[in-house]
Design a protein around this ligand. Structure first.
Ligand SMILES: [Zn+2]
Ligand SMILES: [Zn+2]
Length: 222
């Protein structure tokens, strides 16, 4: 098994709950490097992981991990170079408790991970624009629609419509609709995907286990 770099955006449950079931941390032949920056100055990456992988929430502590674990801390704005040729730029998103957005550059391609974040009406977030500029793929927080947004202000989430506006302004090509409201049905997601695709050809609903080929906008098969 290959070595792994795992970058946390933040540590709300929906973003950490899979870690205890992540097989590589139990493999002694693997080096796992865990990165986080959203708690900079408040808690280290190691402390964060130790907090939630322990009784009574989990039967054992991180000591049972056989992989060689390396916990790294950074602050928003740092540029990370986890492997040769891989450059990861970081920035702050707008989310309760903080959240980090990532721009991963490798082999002449750019993938940006922008979740979770809340936008202001009729404004484009400059930090987000910087992370997604000219990106091949933007994975974006599409929890709500613009119509649903008003009573949900302050929850720290965004919409597919805002994702389209940001991608257009930044010259990004692919838009993966991601982080949907948990109450969405498959039919609603199909409808959202259709509406988004009509507005922006590179938009599509992200799926579990999905493999993408670049350029994303030309790859429309499921
Ligand atoms: Zn969150
Ligand atoms: Zn989330």
């Amino acid at each position: 098994m290959n070595d792994v770099d795992l970058l946390f955006t933040h540590c709300h449950y929906d973003h950490i709950i899979g870690l205890p079931a992540f097989a590589p941390i139990y493999d002694r032949s693997v080096k796992v490097t865990l990165w986080s920056g959203h708690l900079a100055g408040r808690m280290t990456t190691r402390q964060m992981v130790d907090e939630f992988i322990r009784p009574p929430w989990f039967p054992v502590t991180m000591d049972v991990c056989k992989a060689s674990l390396d916990c790294r801390d950074f602050v928003s704005g740092d540029v990370l170079r986890p492997r040769e040729g891989v450059v990861i730029r970081t920035g702050s998103l707008t989310h309760p408790g903080g959240c980090i957005g990532y721009r991963v550059e490798w082999g002449g391609r750019v993938v940006a991970v922008i979740t979770d974040t809340e936008h202001e009406p009729d404004k484009l977030d400059l930090a987000v624009l910087g992370l997604i500029e000219d990106a091949d793929l933007v994975i974006y927080d599409c929890t709500y629609t613009e119509e649903e947004m008003e009573p949900r202000r302050g929850n720290g989430h965004s919409t597919w419509q805002q994702g389209v506006k940001l991608c257009e302004a930044a010259g990004a090509r692919g838009l993966a609709l991601f982080h949907h409201d948990p109450t969405r049905t498959d039919e609603e997601l199909d409808e959202i995907e259709k509406l988004a695709k009509d507005r922006f050809a590179g938009a599509f609903a992200a799926r579990d286990g999905q493999t993408l080929k670049f350029p994303v906008s030309l790859h429309k098969k499921r």
